[in-house]
Design a protein around this ligand. Structure first.
Ligand SMILES: Cc1cc2nc3c(=O)[nH]c(=O)nc-3n(C[C@H](O)[C@H](O)[C@H](O)COP(=O)(O)OP(=O)(O)OC[C@H]3O[C@@H](n4cnc5c(N)ncnc54)[C@H](O)[C@@H]3O)c2cc1C
Length: 287
């Protein structure tokens, strides 16, 4: 196996153009597990760790541009107030050791339907900044997931950064697992309120071949909420929101959970997270 070690982004792109079959490695918390379990041996590893610029994040207007090398630990410590939904999801990833190495870009590269970063990225309307020697592509997150563990990256492309709108309102993430830590989601859900646009964003994890939004639920609840008067959340509307979120999912039975359990828990998580977010928005505090 060849080990390619670029020190600049331009070198990294040149290597990927020359060796499109090379597997990029950032934190290695997915890549090394695959290699150790003998699930295919890559012809080459393209180690992005020496590329210092990838470890930076910046604010660009109302957007936060998170470099592909920013770990979950740093995202939690440095970006919690700006990206609360993603930070909350990041806190549930693996263990401190995994969060010290793992990245959102790696979660996107792996594109597992159960990846924890995906629901908050969908709820916020993130954009994946993909690049190759041919140029830059801004891929809307809704177009990024193309199948189970498949994404829209072309063979010569790398993720340079993820661009995420800074939270304009409350955001929450919820995950069901068989225990509280070190667990792959049985299913998960994220909600983001966008009060300026009178809009609600959603993201469903581990309950369909790809992470996905629940557009009908978003439209229904955006119209049902009293954005101006900030009156309490109508329990009937919250319940209906939960039903519509579950209706948008297409789960399977597998070792982690049954499809009907996933549908039930999604409806509960959707109702609860909406309640938490709405209480924050209306200033009523925790539900
Ligand atoms: C013990 C353990 C617990 C875990 N728990 C969780 C959990 O709770 N929730 C969760 O979501 N995940 C979990 N994971 C999976 C993993 O930690 C995450 O998916 C993490 O986000 C991967 O990030 P990484 O930087 O380590 O990626 P890597 O392993 O380096 O890469 C992952 C994939 O992304 C590709 N890639 C990496 N960087 C780039 C780039 N810049 N451009 C293009 N492709 C790229 C790689 O080629 C590979 O296909 C766990 C893993 C382990 C080992």
């Amino acid at each position: 196996m060849d080990f390619l070690r670029p020190v600049t982004w331009e070198q990294a792109l040149a290597y990927k153009a020359e060796r499109p079959e090379a597997t990029p490695i950032q934190g290695g918390t997915d890549v090394m597990v695959e290699i150790n379990l003998d699930k295919g041996r890559p012809a080459a590893l393209l180690d992005l760790n020496p590329v210092a610029e990838l470890t930076r994040w910046s604010t660009e207007g109302t957007e936060i541009r998170v470099g592909a090398g920013v770990t979950y630990t740093r995202l939690i410590a440095e970006l919690g107030p700006l990206l609360p939904g993603l930070a909350q999801a990041s806190r549930t990833v693996g263990s401190p050791q995994i969060r010290n190495r793992g990245t959102v870009a790696g979660n996107l590269g792996a594109a597992s339907p159960a990846g924890d970063a995906h629901p908050p990225l969908l709820a916020s309307g993130a954009i994946v900044e993909a690049e190759s020697v041919r140029g830059t592509r801004m891929i809307p997150i809704t177009e990024f997931y193309t199948g189970v563990k498949r994404n829209a990256l072309r063979p010569d492309e790398l993720i340079r950064a993820v661009r995420i709108p800074a939270a304009a309102g409350p955001q929450y993430f919820s995950k069901i697992g068989t225990r509280n830590a070190m667990v792959i989601a049985v299913c998960s859900f994220a909600v983001a309120l966008h009060p300026g646009e009178r809009r609600v964003g959603t993201g469903i994890g581990s309950a369909a071949p790809t992470p996905r939004r629940a557009p009908e639920a978003e439209e229904f609840v955006a119209a049902a909420l009293d954005w101006e008067g900030r009156s309490p959340l109508d329990p009937g509307a919250a319940r209906r929101f939960g039903e519509l979120v579950a209706g948008a999912a297409a789960p399977i039975d597998d070792v982690r959970g049954r499809a009907d359990y996933r549908l039930h828990s999604l409806a509960v998580m959707a109702r609860r997270t909406l309640g938490w977010a709405w209480n924050d928005y209306t200033g009523r505090g925790p539900a």
